[in-house]
Write a protein that binds this ligand. Structure first.
Ligand code: ADP
Ligand code: ZN
Length: 198
């Protein structure tokens, strides 16, 4: 966002599958805001502590400090009123209330940069990302590389047995897959296979 003058509120959403560079892009945008001497605050869901509790860490080891929050209400309560730019990673874990909070903050003149998974391990829209995309001023979709065939990958393939929507993890538990190589039933088959063995 290079053209908005003054404190025009603004919502940016970066979405795509795991390993597509959402955190890298979020960190890049927030670093630029810091270089421009804007007041930046960064939040991530408390449940995503796969690397580190007080930083966002990309799969390529870029990092930026962040505040863990359990939901949108806690995010709002931790917000410093002087903050100009608000970064949010893994927004798909912060609940439906995030949408109203984000719109309210944009109406107050804040720039909000949001990253999150657009679809879940079955390829379904991952709420509240669809709603955030609808209220956004600017949208970026990122693609990963399919680990099976090397094509652009839009899906997050779960490799481990679990029917839970949220299973936090990274390498070994998930991989990026293109539309053709995506096997949404793989996780389900793994569950059935494990049950049959038991
Ligand atoms: P996201 O936040 O979307 O999960 P990250 O920003 O954390 O993504 O990580 C992106 C980085 O992950 C890439 O720059 C690359 O180093 C690494 N990476 C690992 N697997 C893949 C893949 N299949 N496709 C693209 N990048 C990958
Ligand atoms: Zn593929």
């Amino acid at each position: 966002m290079n053209f908005a003058k003054g404190s025009l509120g603004w919502i940016e959403v970066v979405c795509g599958p795991m390993f597509s560079g959402k955190s890298e892009e979020l960190i890049r945008r927030l670093r630029r805001a810091e270089i421009a001497r804007q007041r930046v605050q960064i939040f991530k869901p408390a449940l995503d502590d796969r690397y580190c509790d007080d930083h966002i860490v990309s799969h390529s080891e870029l990092r930026i400090r962040s505040v863990p929050v359990k939901d949108a209400a806690q995010l709002e309560s931790r917000l410093d009123l002087r903050t100009e730019v608000i970064g949010i990673d893994e927004a798909q874990f912060l609940g439906a209330e995030l949408v109203d909070v984000v719109v309210r903050l944009a109406d107050l003149g804040k720039r909000i940069v949001i990253a999150g998974l657009d679809t879940d391990y079955l390829g379904r829209p991952f709420h509240p990302m669809p709603e955030l995309l609808a209220v956004a001023d600017e949208i970026t979709k990122t693609l990963a590389i399919c680990m099976q065939c090397g094509n652009p990958a839009k899906h997050t393939q779960r490799l481990v047995a679990s029917e839970d929507l949220i299973v936090v993890g990274a390498a070994g538990m998930y991989e990026a897959r293109c539309r053709r190589c995506f096997e949404p039933n793989l996780a389900k088959q793994e569950v059935e296979r494990a049950a049959a063995k038991a």
